[in-house]
Design a protein around this ligand. Structure first.
Ligand code: ATP
Ligand code: FE2
Length: 323
């Protein structure tokens, strides 16, 4: 039996195909790249247009035939309404036409489960830093609980907005990382940790209003916001007594962020893990794998309950597949 995982919470349409052991046979991503900020409707149209050809490509890359597919998993939320609805509609149609079960997956949880599949970590604190999301998540008392999160925008959105105002094309994160390497000069930006939560909009405003050289601003943006993320991750480790940090989300492709988290975990006698790059970002394989472990534990999403949940909370899901 093969599993198809469909991701469509934001910019990226992801279609992954796996077997029951978790071997990833295909994992295609088609990303809508806006010139301005994301228009959810346009991103959804992009996913609609790309869906059928991408599915065909994934099936052929995986070397399977349609009748080998035994399960369809899709990202039920959280995310942008039009994108979620488009991919959920495609998921329902695919499951119905193949006459196989459908499983709705919480996107944030999929970032954890794919890390548990592809790295040696077992019970990590997840630092999930992407465009739209910034959360610190860990498993306690039968749920994945959010220990800290952004109070306003995701860290990636902050970097992308800073980039957009400064003529850096989307996604700005990798360009900011390059520019940051050319500086060593720390500009004072508001370090914004409140309890276990973080916020980025004040930092963004301060950086946009600063007249400092661009490389110094990029360096300081990274140093300040990554130190904030590292601090709350460390506190979640201390609070939960866990010994592993898992990195997930597009922003953790950043080497400086990884380095800061690695130094922190080493100092605490803990360890940091990250899945391979394509599995850090939004992708279909992580949805497929999570849908599979859920289904094995008895979960299924009947079509009448498969409506999307735009603000699907991580701790709403009963984690039936873990002890
Ligand atoms: P989500 O629905 O999980 O929020 P997303 O589409 O916003 O998804 P991802 O695909 O996980 O997010 O990541 C995209 C983000 O990662 C963008 O904001 C991009 O700027 C950022 N990013 C990518 N590479 C780097 C990097 N090297 N350094 C910093 N940020 C990066
Ligand atoms: Fe994501």
């Amino acid at each position: 039996m093969y599993i198809v995982g469909l991701e469509g919470t934001a910019h990226t349409l992801g279609i992954g195909i796996l077997d029951e052991k978790g071997t990833i046979l295909a994992n295609l991503m088609k990303t809508y790249k806006p010139k301005e900020g994301i228009h959810p409707r346009e991103a959804a149209n992009h996913h609609a247009k790309e869906f059928v050809p991408t599915l065909e490509e994934a099936i052929s890359k995986a070397g399977i035939v349609r009748s080998d597919i035994g399960l369809v998993a899709f990202s039920q939320g959280p995310g942008l309404g039009p994108c979620l609805r488009t991919v959920a509609t495609a998921a329902r149609a695919l499951a119905l036409s193949l006459n196989v079960p459908l499983v709705g997956v919480n996107h944030c949880i999929a970032h954890i489960e794919v890390g548990r599949l592809t790295t040696d970590c077992d019970d990590p604190v997840l630092l999930y830093a992407s465009g739209g999301n910034t959360q610190i998540i860990a498993f306690t008392r039968g749920k994945y609980r959010v220990f800290g999160e952004t109070l306003d925008i995701g860290i990636g959105n902050m970097l992308d907005k800073f980039g957009r105002e400064n003529g850096i094309p989307f996604p700005a994160g990798p360009v900011i990382e390059k520019k940051a390497k050319k500086s060593n000069s720390l500009i004072d930006l508001p370090y914004s940790v409140k309890g276990m939560d973080v916020s980025f909009s004040g930092i963004l405003t301060a950086a946009l209003n600063s007249k400092a050289p661009m490389n110094d601003l990029c360096f300081s943006l990274q140093e300040t916001t990554f130190a904030m993320l590292t601090e709350v991750t460390e506190r979640a480790l201390a609070h939960t007594g866990k010994k592993e940090v898992l990195l997930g989300g597009g922003v953790v492709r950043n080497k400086r962020l990884r380095e800061m988290v690695e130094v922190m975990t080493e100092e605490r006698g803990a360890k940091a893990y990250a899945p391979p790059g394509p599995l850090c970002v939004d992708n279909g394989a992580m949805i497929g794998w999570t849908g599979f472990v859920m289904h094995k534990a008895g979960s299924e999403t009947p079509v009448e309950k498969s409506g999307v949940i735009q603000n699907y909370r991580t701790d709403e899901v009963d984690i039936t597949w873990r002890k």
